[in-house]
Design a protein around this ligand. Structure first.
Ligand code: ADP
Length: 358
């Protein structure tokens, strides 16, 4: 059994934020939890130093991992001192210094068009002038490579993975790295750890927005992601049926609980456009998501019809927004993206630091 004391002894060899004082005496350790051979450690730092102190974080992780009996170690830099974490990993443990906004695209269940929305939203944000990345964290059905027509494995540079690029987006998928069949049996904590590692170890560079295609559902994995990743907001995708909307409500509640702003709901497969006659049919009571958004008190971002063209273009690696920006569906996604961008910009204006002149 590894004890807290063992961990602290191992950390004597690592210098704290000042580069001199050993970590345990530096006063910067803000949380330590040892559970089932896994060590979660947080170090409180000045957030402006997060890039400079990354080697310290890595050294601490390496020192702890070397301890006999430690199965894994997760060391995170946090920007404020926190009490030792309860029985779950430390809060908001990921810092991506070059990325201005990380947003989650989430759905209550699979198959509602979450990945299609993620990819087209990312492309639309890029068309609006932002530098955009997409992280496919849908461990149970990674589809971003197919949607963007990407093949092959990412190149590595030391411990860093280089994202692939498609249609001007930087893209990384958990599907490039792990075997789907293996990942399906992973327990929640392992999934969260894999996704966090993927965020941290990819050379995203400077981005205005990183769109995360989340695993479907509102279980422990999603909750833990929402807690650990500093999300600027979440977009929820739902189809209009009542059952799907009940799941969407859970999604809204989950993000609200962990204080992640819900940027809004997208109604996908909102109505059916017949490819033969062009006629419109409301297969599932169309408009349900708009009503639900009003009820939950979150914005309604737009409705995307069920149309063969969307499926065919997505599945052939040319999502609708990658083609003609004047196209009817590209316009819908551009309007959704414009609202998301405006909310994120407003959020930053609110969160701007106070400047005092002495
Ligand atoms: P999820 O990520 O929620 O599992 P996907 O985005 O992978 O869902 O979509 C599931 C399937 O439905 C895919 O084949 C996709 O091309 C198709 N699809 C998604 N949205 C639409 C739409 N609006 N019209 C037609 N097909 C769609």
């Amino acid at each position: 059994m590894v004890s807290d004391q063992d961990v602290l002894t191992a950390l004597q060899s690592v210098s704290g934020p000042d580069g001199k004082t050993p970590l345990p005496q530096s006063g910067a350790l803000s949380g330590l939890l040892v559970k089932d051979g896994k060590v979660y450690l947080s170090i409180a730092i000045d957030p402006r130093q997060s890039a400079a102190l990354e080697p310290m974080r890595a050294a601490a992780e390496a020192a702890v991992k070397k301890l006999a009996g430690v199965a894994n170690a997760l060391v995170s830099l946090t920007s404020e001192k926190e009490p030792p974490p309860p029985a779950k990993p430390v809060q908001r443990s990921i810092a991506l210094p070059g990325v201005s906004n990380i947003i989650a695209v989430s759905s209550g269940k699979g198959g509602v068009g979450k990945s299609t929305t993620s990819v087209n939203l990312a492309l639309a944000l890029s068309a609006l002038g932002w530098r955009v990345g997409i992280l496919d964290a849908d461990i149970y059905g990674p589809s971003v490579p197919r949607l963007l027509g990407l093949k092959g494995k990412p190149e590595t540079e030391g411990r860093t993975l280089k994202p692939l690029t498609a249609h001007g987006l930087k893209a990384m998928s958990i599907g490039f790295l792990v075997d789907e069949e293996e990942a399906i049996i992973w327990r929640g904590a392992m999934v969260v750890q894999a996704i966090q590692q993927l965020m941290r170890d990819v050379a995203w560079g400077e981005l205005d927005c990183l769109v995360v295609d989340m695993p479907p559902g509102t279980g422990d994995v999603q909750l833990s992601m929402a807690q650990n990743v500093p999300l600027a907001g979440a977009v929820i995708v739902s189809t209009p049926q009542d059952l799907a909307l009940i799941d969407a409500r859970r999604g809204v509640a989950m993000f609200k609980k962990v204080e992640v702003p819900v940027l809004g709901i997208v109604e996908n497969m909102s109505y059916f456009l017949c490819p033969h006659c062009g006629g419109r049919t409301d297969i599932f009571a169309h408009g349900g998501a708009r009503d639900a958004a009003a009820k939950f008190g979150v914005p309604f971002l737009g409705e995307v019809p069920l149309d063969m063209a969307i499926r065919e273009q997505s599945d052939s690696g040319h999502p609708v927004v990658a083609g003609d920006l004047e196209g009817q569906y590209a316009k819908i996604y551009l309007a959704i993206a414009a609202q998301v961008k405006a909310s994120l910009e407003k959020g930053h204006a609110r969160a701007a630091p106070k400047i005092t002149i002495e």
